[in-house]
Structure formats: C-alpha cells, structure tokens
Design a protein around this ligand. Sequence first.
Ligand SMILES: [Fe+2]
Ligand SMILES: [Fe+2]
Length: 320
Amino acid sequence: MAEQHSERYVKVRLNSLYTKEPIPFDLYVLINQKQIHYLRAGDMLSKEKLERFENKAPESFFVRLEDRPAFKKYVRDKLNSAVLDPHEKAVMLRESSLTLIEELFESPAIDQALQESKEVIQQFVDLMEAEPDAMADLVGLSSHDFYTYTHSLDVGIYSLGLANVMSYTREQLIEMGQGALFHDIGKRQVSVDIITKDGPLNDLEWAQMQKHPEYGLAILIDHKASEAIKACSFEHHESSAGNGYPQQLQAKEIHPMAKIVALTDTFDALTTQRSYNKPMKPSAALEFMRTKLAGRYDTDLLRAMYEVLFRMDDRLKQTS
Ligand SMILES: [Fe+2]
Ligand SMILES: [Fe+2]
C-alpha cells in the first residue's frame, strides 16, 4: 500500500461499484485522513476482498480526479449493459449520482454543476424509458435523509416520477429533474448553523431560512438557468391556497414544475427522519397533505403521487 500525498480525489460509493467484474480504475481508501491505494485498475473488488476490512467495508472509496471520466464511463456502460437487472441499475445510478450531487452542492462552479446535473438527470430519464419498473426501485431507495444533497436527489426522483405520470416530454422531464435538484440551491447562502440546527428554528432563524428561494433565484439568474429551473427554486414554497412564500402567488400563477416540487419537497420532509420529529409513512404523509394541508397542493398532482407510490406497492407485493 503506497501512500499518495499530492493528488486530488473524488469520492465514489461502494454501492456504485460492481463486484463481479474487474474495476477499470485504481481505488483508494481513506485512512487517517489520507487516501491509501487499495485496488489496482483491472483487479476485482470481490466480496472476499471487501470482507478483509477489519470492521466493515467503508461506504465510500476514492478515485483520482483524473479517473473521474473513467468512473462516469464505467457507470454509463453498466447502466447500458445487460449484466445488471433493473434493481441493480437503480441502485448504481442512485449511488453514483449521490456523490456527484454532493460535489455539485459544494462546488462554486454553478455553470458546471448545471451542465453535469443535466447529464445525471438524462441518465435517470434514460433508465425510466428503458426500464419502466426501475422508477419503483428508485422511489423505494429514497434514503429519507435530511442532508440537502440526499433530499435534493430524492425530490428529483419523486418529481421525475410525478412528471412522468403527467406525461411530460423527454425535454420537460430533464428540465423538471434539474429544477428539482436545484430547488434548495439558495440554502448555500443560509448559515450552516441554521441548516443543521437540531430542533425547531426561532423567528429570526426562520426568517433567514425563508430567504432561500430568493437566494436560489439570484444564483440561477446569474448563471442563466431556464425559466422553469428558476421557478422551481423561487416558487417551491408557494401554495395553491395563496398562503405560501415569498410572493403569496395564487394557484394559477405558480409554474407547473414548481407545483410538483412543492408537493414532492413536502412529501420528502414529512417522511424524513429528524431528531425532533418522527417520520411519517408515505401513505400517512400523503393523507396528511390531502386533508390537513388541503388546498395547498394541486389535487391532480396529489392523485398522481398516489400512483407513483402505489406502483411501488404493487411491485413490492409481487416480489415479496
Ligand atoms: Fe426549500
Ligand atoms: Fe427542499
């Protein structure tokens, strides 16, 4: 094991690597804050090798920055090949996207983030087209996690599922997915202490948090994002009842894609574990939105969301 000092690395999640074929790039593992060489390109990342870790194999490995294109090509090839079944493809796509999205959210290069997010969303749309059943897998894999990047990916996946049920075209689906991925991009400008606060926010903190749609709009205007993508950020806390923020828009004034994000964003928040509240089950969350939050969400979309989730239930019944 040779130590590496001067190189830069990107994270790749273990579940985005296939253990039954050779890995075409070197892998590194993080030990004491250093990337240590772990696997030579062309070798297998076999289950036996992974079992040799003292405790448990790490969730993520690293590849050299210069191998990032090779990693992306590897994922693309696997998604297009017949070696993986739809469920394995869904896992690989979700896991490989998570690290990319984590990077995008930290990167100051928004133009590049918008471009790369488009490639990610295209892969999701491709998978949905090629394997109609994979959406159920993707929805089922939702981590119900509160980190902005996992939340954003989950909102992206639910939004794609909804837009698909609403018969959006391929181009619209791609815009939908990007808009959903970037809906909370304005949170970059909100202090980390508020974002990660372990409990309800006070009035001042809440006022600061409620600025994120405007911050998001400003960022996206600077980087010439499309109207729909900007609307997903600026209007995703509007409500069809006219009591949302920041503009208190009426139902017909809210962009259709922002209405989708408003619904999937709330759904994800209600079903997510936070230290101060218990997550709701998907069916309970939808019922809560339909009754206690009546009027806020488009009723056609709420019905469509049942369809996105019930399809998953049908499949779970078939496989159990
Ligand atoms: Fe938000
Ligand atoms: Fe959100």
